[in-house]
Each structure stands twice: as structure tokens, then as C-alpha cells.
Design a protein around this ligand. Structure first.
Ligand code: NI
Length: 162
């Protein structure tokens, strides 16, 4: 009995510890923005553009309620259990994407989209290049953009397999 009580007192004096779990996790932040655009290739004829883009070629523009999901991959920090500060990722998305795209005309008002046809496909590639250099913890894994709840595109970077 005496021995057991002494062992238990020793255990209670032990320094607290945390167990780090290893594994790659994928952390996603979602943001929203509204923007106008027009799908139009100025090097082609009006007829070609109408045939390819239909209503999306409307010269008076049209808009979408975009939903952007950005995923970062990596291992949790053993001291925090976090891969990254989600508030920091939110701030980066707000600064680099939402601030410059929300309530804007994507064809005319966004410097990094100059001369780019603002299809969902092109937008995810452009957004990747805007964000990737600023991801400090983990690595950028995916940029997914919903143009409508049923139409979306995803880019996983230049190194991703086709
Ligand atoms: Ni559209």
C-alpha cells in the first residue's frame, strides 16, 4: 500500500506533456465574393464569341456569387496542434482575392486578371499564383472556385498530374 501511494505522488509531480500526432492534414478556408464578368475573346469575331460563350458573352456583363475554397496541406505543429492559423489564412484570402475582386468587374478592374478570359478555370489558376507565395505554414494544395453551386473548378498547382 505504502509503495503504491508513493508511486502515485511521483506521477502527480511529473511534468505535463503533450503527444504530437504525425500525419498530413488538409485545412480549408472558404470565402465569398460577388463579381461581374464577360466571357469574350477579343481576338475572335463576334459570331465566334456568341457561338462559344452564348449568354456569357453578353456585352452588358453578368454576375456570379462566387464561393472560393482554399486548402493548405501539412503536418500539425506539435506545440499547437495547428497546421496554420485559420485567421491568418482568412486574412490572406481577404487581402489578395476578396478585396480586389468583390463587387468588381473581373475583366476590367482586377490587375492580375488583365487580358485573361475570366472563366472559372482561368480564375483558379490566377488565384493560385496570387496566393501561393504567401503561404508560410504548410503548402498550398488546392484552389477551388464555385461559380454556381453546381459549376466549379479546382486547381492543384503546376506540379499536379493532369
Ligand atoms: Ni459567367
Amino acid at each position: 500500500m505504502a509503495k503504491s501511494a508513493s508511486t502515485s505522488r511521483a506521477a502527480s509531480r511529473k511534468r505535463p506533456s503533450v503527444r504530437a500526432l504525425r500525419g498530413t492534414v488538409f485545412v480549408t478556408r472558404q470565402v465569398h465574393f460577388n463579381a461581374a464578368h464577360r466571357l469574350h475573346n477579343p481576338t475572335k469575331s463576334a459570331a465566334w464569341n456568341v457561338e462559344k460563350f452564348g449568354l456569357c458573352n453578353n456585352p452588358r456583363w453578368h454576375g456570379h456569387n462566387y464561393v472560393l475554397e482554399v486548402t493548405v496541406a501539412g503536418e500539425p505543429d506539435p506545440e499547437t496542434g495547428y497546421l496554420l492559423d485559420l485567421g491568418g489564412l482568412k486574412g490572406l484570402l481577404e487581402e489578395r482575392i476578396v478585396r480586389v475582386c468583390d463587387h468588381r468587374n473581373l475583366n476590367e478592374e482586377v490587375p492580375f486578371l488583365r487580358d485573361v478570359i475570366p472563366s472559372t478555370e482561368n480564375l483558379v489558376i490566377a488565384f493560385w499564383h496570387e496566393l501561393e507565395p504567401h503561404i508560410k505554414n504548410g503548402r498550398l494544395h488546392s484552389v477551388k472556385l464555385y461559380e454556381t453551386p453546381r459549376n466549379f473548378a479546382e486547381y492543384r498547382g503546376p506540379a499536379a498530374a493532369a
